[in-house]
Write a protein that binds this ligand. Structure first.
Ligand SMILES: C[S@@+](CC[C@H](N)C(=O)[O-])C[C@H]1O[C@@H](n2cnc3c(N)ncnc32)[C@H](O)[C@@H]1O
Length: 362
């Protein structure tokens, strides 16, 4: 995408440290992508459309649910290890956070005072803007460059816009990498790799394989917030595409597909019906499902192999005592930073893997 097609808005007053950029990628429109997904068999909607302002707000509520273990588990890991993690990469960091959402986890990294710049990226423009302003208010020592973008189409053009810093760290939290089928996840890691220089880091949170009950409860919570989050897709299409989905005629379904090690979220039509979306009339059979999100569950070894294939070498991995969730720190291979980064900490990472494989915290 051409950078000249981006708009940059400098925000005012004491918030002038926030630079807000909107990338308008020349990719397909939401209507084109949604209709293409509804024409496919089985029907499928790109999960990024779950996040308009209302979807982001609902996702924030999900993060606080007792049934939704990923957020509190990853947060606990970061609270305990943020300082160690960032010391492995070095001071004067530019932290780039794709899919930053409310920036809650990014803030845990900023609290260590190892970063001079923070670049949160998100497709949910208004939500991102509010979160970025809040970060700037609370971290006056950090220059904040928020970028509203679809990182699936715009990431390659980001590099020239990044603020100067000694090192870059891409922080991809929330097990968001699990939303991609393995080839697409590997390709996204490849694009992260291209954004970095040798010795820069990738800190990534991913969800681990565990028993089916814990998984399905997390994606089909007893309070029905995840159901509202999923159904908001249809409300969004009604609002933005002039669709006429009747939300009472679809239901939220979450299933664990063991063969693929992934949770699948679907919206199921409770009866045969036709729905108008844009200029098209879309037919649904009774009990037909639209696949709206996948959430792949990894092993540490499997994730390391995928990262290695994209040019990343793991320095260390941290897990919770129950081995529910992992946060891995990788370095872009090549120069790999200072010799101490490669020898001392590299050896420690091997130890961390051994301990963690036994189901204990590294
Ligand atoms: C699962 S939430 C994680 C939020 C936050 N990082 C956390 O850990 O709590 C995924 C986030 O990625 C954003 N997102 C999803 N697809 C995106 C895309 N293609 N481009 C940019 N942001 C995207 C969503 O708006 C949302 O804020």
């Amino acid at each position: 995408m051409d950078i000249s097609r981006t708009q940059t808005a400098q925000l005012v007053g004491h918030r002038s440290r926030v630079n807000f950029t909107r990338f308008e990628a020349g990719a397909r429109t939401m209507e084109e992508e949604v209709l293409a997904g509804l024409r496919s068999s089985p029907k499928r909607i790109p999960s990024k459309y779950l996040y308009d302002a209302e979807g982001s707000r609902l996702f924030d509520r999900i993060c606080d649910l007792p049934d939704y273990y990923p957020t509190r588990t990853e947060t606990a890991i970061l609270k305990e290890h943020a300082r160690t993690i960032l010391d492995l990469i070095g001071p004067d960091l530019c932290i780039i956070e794709p899919g930053a959402g409310a920036c809650g986890k990014g803030r845990l990294l900023l609290e260590t005072r190892r970063a001079s710049a923070f670049v949160p990226l998100d497709i949910s423009t208004d939500f991102l803007q509010g979160a970025a302003l809040d970060v700037a208010d609370n971290f006056p020592h950090v220059s904040v460059h928020a970028v509203a973008m679809d990182f699936l189409t715009g990431l390659d053009s980001l590099k020239p816009l990044l603020p100067p810093a000694a090192k870059r760290l891409i922080f991809y939290a929330g097990s968001s990498i699990g939303n991609f089928d393995p080839p697409d996840a590997a390709s996204l890691l490849g694009r992260f790799h291209a954004l970095l220089d040798e010795g820069d880091g990738l800190l990534i949170g991913y969800d681990l394989q565990k028993d089916r009950d814990a998984l399905t409860r997390a994606y089909d919570d007893s309070e029905g917030v995840t159901a509202s989050f999923n159904l908001n897709l249809l409300a969004r299409f009604n609002r933005e595409l002039g669709a006429d989905f009747d939300l009472s005629r679809f239901r939220h379904v979450a299933v664990y597909n063991e063969a693929k090690s992934r949770i699948e979220m679907h919206l199921e039509s409770i009866a045969a019906q036709r729905v108008r979306v844009g200029k098209e009339s879309v037919a649904f059979d009774a009990f037909e499902r639209m696949h709206t999100e996948s959430s792949y569950k990894y092993t540490v070894e499997g994730f390391d192999a995928m990262a290695a294939a994209s040019g990343f070498r793991r320095l260390e991995v941290w897990m919770d005592p129950a081995s529910y969730f992992a946060v891995g720190l990788y370095v872009k291979d090549g120069a790999g930073g200072s010799p101490s980064l490669l020898t001392g900490h590299g050896m420690k990472s091997v130890k961390a893997l051994t301990v963690a494989s036994g189901g204990r915290q590294a």
